[in-house]
Unconditional design. Structure first.
Length: 102
């Protein structure tokens, strides 16, 4: 699943319904060098840099916030072009299941 984003001081997701970027509570970003550890693994040992996110929960949170998601990066790119967006990028979520938790 792909979402159109922009990263400034916070992570913003583009909502094609409201035609604006929105912050989604509970979804934040950090640069790797700002973190001491990820999932209990020290960031200073062995140059570990991959951040592991809970992609399924992130997608469910975005869907509850009415943020459109796309099955492919091409689909996200086409939607962004159609909306005449500039300065955007994408985020990819590897989803095994989608559940809307209430």
């Amino acid at each position: 699943m792909w979402a159109v984003i922009k990263v400034d001081k916070e992570l913003m997701f583009y909502n094609f319904q409201t035609e604006q970027y929105e912050a989604v509570s509970d979804l934040k970003f950090a640069h790797v060098n700002e973190l001491e550890s990820t999932n209990g693994i020290s960031m200073t040992i062995g140059g570990f840099t991959k951040i592991v996110l809970d992609h399924d929960t992130s997608v469910s949170t975005l869907l509850r916030a009415n943020i459109p998601l796309f099955l492919t990066k091409v689909g996200a790119r086409e939607a962004a072009k159609t909306a005449n967006l500039t300065g955007y990028t994408y985020i990819n979520f590897d989803v095994t299941k989608i559940q809307l938790l209430k």
